[in-house]
Every structure is written in structure tokens, then in C-alpha cells.
Design a binder for this molecule. Structure first.
Ligand code: ASP
Length: 338
């Protein structure tokens, strides 16, 4: 029987009703008591890390999670992390960069309704997560509502339905149907994982709005090493408002601008329109292409902890890690691990 480590961090799955609303209070042992069927799938040990609504999760918590998995890596065949759904996609992306090439499954799950409620998705999600963690599916993934989603491609797309997560610009890895994992994609595995524990926390994100000026950008650039600009459509910034000058002047002071899009599917392509191409061709701005904002944020924190050299940053940013980027096809398809 496979040995799986269950790491608890809180979230709705472990929540109980209090006077001020749902709050995580159940231990991992209590969660397991609700799902006796797991005992037929694998042997489980429990590690209680936090009891947090995932709104309170920060990069510091990611570092603690990574350290816990690293310390226990040799002793287990797979890992299940219970986590709130609100920031689960960020944590899944962060773990995908901080634990690369893991041959063992690292599965995140949670729920939209607490495990003690009459109607709940908790039990199915938890049982499916153990099933996947006991398989030979490598790397970081989210298992939720019977879907298996690659860690770098997940996004919370429903705030209430059980179908909380979508796989963005990438097929689902598989489904769990009646206790059987059907894998659509077999990702290749390495022999050993590489752990990265450092992150550069000075990465910010701004959502562009019609009529917005450069002040917010100036402020964010003054405080951060990189600013992700969630722009419109395939990407660009307004011609009025001083955006180009702003980006250029902060670039000269060593700050990095990364363009992405507010549109959920299909990603950016800065060279299509005049409002974007100048950014790319004259100002050397990086763009997300088909990466999710969650992945871009985590990837920049990981890269900037390793280098501040612009050329190296660009090379690492466009190099696929854990299936996070496929586009631009010509450069990256050859290296992409599907
Ligand atoms: N607010 C909760 C959390 O993210 C929501 C959930 O878990 O579904 O912790």
C-alpha cells in the first residue's frame, strides 16, 4: 500500500460554522474520519501545518509547505495538501516552480462546502485526491470536482459551484470516475525533484482600467522589482496617460514590466496591435502568452530570487516549467514537455 502524507492548511473543507461565518477548525485526522474509504486506497500520515482561510496564505506559507514536503519527500510516495479554494491556484503555481520535476504526485484539494455539511463536495474531492496521490502521476496538480488540473494551469473560475476550477489554455490531465483515474495526458517524470525555497516577494500586479493614468504604475514600480500589467485583449497599454514613458523610465532603473491579459482564455500576443507591439519591440517588455496570471506571478517570484539580469530573466520566463507555457510556438514548442 502506498504511503501518503496529508498536509493540512485549512480552507472550507476543514471549516465549521462560527458566529462570524465559516472558519477552519478541523484537524487532518478529523477530515480523514469523514472519509473511511481512503483507508482502502493508501496508508495516510497527517501533518497539521496551518488552520487558515486561504485568503490569509502568503509566500511565507508556500515556503513552509515546500520545506515540509522536502523534509518528508523520501518517506512518502505522494502528498495531499488540503487548502482553501480562494488562493489554491496561486499555491499550486508556486509549488510547481518551487518543487520542479517531482516524480511523486503532489495533489492539492479542498472544497466549496465544509466536510461536516449534509451537502458537500469535500468527501469526493479528498478521496479523489488520495487516489491521484497514490498513482504514478508526477508533479503538482489540483484534483477537484473529479477533474485533474496541472498546477500551473489552474484558475478558480466559479466562486460557489462545486466545479470551482478550470484548466486554462491546457487540457485537463484526467478525470476521476467512480474511483478510477483516467489520464488523458501522461507527463514525463524526472528521477529526482529540484527544490527552490527562495522567492522574491517584490512582484506586483495591476489591472488596467479604461481612463487610468500612470500614477498607480509609478507607485508599484517604485516599490517592486517587477510589475505585471493585466491589460486588455491580446495586450497593449493606452497611448495617452504616459504609460510608454513610465515603463521605459522604470526599465532604465532595472524594473521589469510584464504584460498579460484580463481575458481568461487564449492569452496575450502583444505584436498584433500597435498599442502592444511598441512595448514588445522597443521597450523589451515580457508577455505572458498562454500562462495564467497566477503562474506568471509565481514564476517571476521564483526567477527573480535567482537572477536580476534582464536577459537571463527573459530566457527563464519563456522557458517552459511544469507545462506552464506553450506559446510562442516557434521558440518554445521544441522544448515543451507535454
Ligand atoms: N475562503 C475559503 C478559503 O479559501 C474558501 C474555500 O476554501 O473554498 O479558505
Amino acid at each position: 500500500m502506498k504511503k501518503i502524507l496529508l498536509i493540512g492548511t485549512g480552507g472550507t473543507i476543514a471549516s465549521e460554522l462560527t458566529e462570524s461565518g465559516l472558519s477552519p477548525g478541523l484537524t487532518t485526522e478529523q477530515l480523514l474520519a469523514f472519509t473511511p474509504a481512503v483507508g482502502r486506497i493508501c496508508h495516510v500520515d497527517c501533518l497539521e501545518l496551518f488552520a487558515l482561510d486561504s485568503t490569509n496564505i502568503t509566500p511565507k506559507h508556500w515556503q513552509i509547505i515546500v520545506r515540509s514536503i522536502k523534509e518528508n519527500y523520501e518517506n512518502y510516495d505522494g502528498f495531499v495538501l488540503t487548502h482553501g479554494t480562494d488562493t489554491m491556484a496561486y499555491t499550486a503555481a508556486a509549488l510547481s516552480y518551487m518543487i520542479q520535476d517531482s516524480p511523486k504526485p503532489i495533489v492539492l484539494t479542498g472544497a466549496q462546502k465544509p466536510i461536516g455539511f449534509d451537502t458537500t463536495d469535500s468527501k469526493a474531492n479528498l478521496t479523489d485526491a488520495f487516489l491521484c496521490a497514490s498513482s504514478d502521476m508526477p508533479g503538482v496538480s489540483i484534483v477537484f470536482d473529479h477533474k485533474v488540473i496541472l498546477g500551473t494551469r489552474a484558475k478558480k473560475t466559479h466562486s460557489k459551484s462545486f466545479d470551482a476550477f478550470s484548466s486554462i489554455n491546457y487540457p485537463e490531465l484526467g478525470v476521476v470516475r467512480d474511483g478510477v483515474l483516467l489520464r488523458y495526458i501522461q507527463r514525463s517524470a524526472a528521477l529526482f525533484p529540484t527544490f527552490y525555497e527562495e522567492l522574491d516577494r517584490d512582484v506586483a500586479l495591476v489591472k488596467l482600467l479604461p481612463g487610468m493614468g500612470r500614477d498607480v504604475l509609478d507607485f508599484l514600480f517604485s516599490k517592486n522589482d517587477a510589475v505585471i500589467i493585466e491589460s486588455f485583449g491580446v495586450g497593449g497599454v493606452p497611448e495617452a496617460g504616459g504609460f510608454y514613458d513610465c515603463i521605459e523610465s522604470w526599465k532604465e532603473r532595472g524594473r521589469l514590466a510584464v504584460l498579460t491579459t484580463q481575458v481568461e482564455n487564449e492569452g496575450s500576443d502583444l505584436c498584433v496591435y500597435h498599442v502592444g507591439s511598441r512595448l514588445k519591440n522597443q521597450l523589451g517588455v515580457l508577455e505572458a502568452y498562454d500562462m495564467t496570471t497566477e503562474a506568471v506571478y509565481a514564476k517571476l517570484m521564483w526567477i527573480l530570487s535567482l537572477t536580476k539580469e534582464p536577459e537571463k530573466i527573459a530566457r527563464m520566463f519563456y522557458s517552459p516549467v511544469a507545462g506552464d507555457i506553450l506559446w510562442p510556438a516557434s521558440d518554445n514548442m521544441a522544448n515543451a514537455v507535454l
